[in-house]
Design a binder for this molecule. Sequence first.
Ligand code: DAT
Ligand code: MG
Length: 150
Amino acid sequence: MERSLVLVKPDGVQRALIGEVIARLERRGLRLVAAKFIQVSKQLAETHYAIHKGKAFYEGLISYITSAPVMAMVWEGPNAIAAIRQTMGSTRPTEAAPGSLRHDFALEVGRNLTHASDSVENGASEVALWFKPEELVNWNREIDEWIFEK
Ligand code: DAT
Ligand code: MG
């Protein structure tokens, strides 16, 4: 079972698209593990996006992600990393597949609505960065046997 951090970024929150993002992940069959609505600190933003430090878009990225609250979540499921990034669509909305969130709701890379972890390892480290262990809920979902093969 893979886990991903998912953020509805400030533009998604301001545009009232939190429900749309959650609905698509639920409909896909992914299972919610944790959720919180928070104002991101500069320190958390800088740690989360440390890999992009020094790039031309870095300062804009930090001010964007700290500009309004975000909905931070953890979702899990078999192949969750690939499935969630497919549901989000490519980083650049104009390259995102039709039907994906970024295709359907965004135009610019700097206002691309969501974040999702890009590997199993980064999923684990991002979940640990954004959530305390006690905020993660282990639960049985009755429909799981009809979505998860094992
Ligand atoms: P993703 O969010 O799809 O994982 P990423 O990790 O490469 O993409 O970059 C993180 C965010 O940084 C991305 O969602 C938007 C911003 N970003 C990336 N490349 C950019 C660029 N060339 N210009 C402006 N913003 C960019
Ligand atoms: Mg990324």
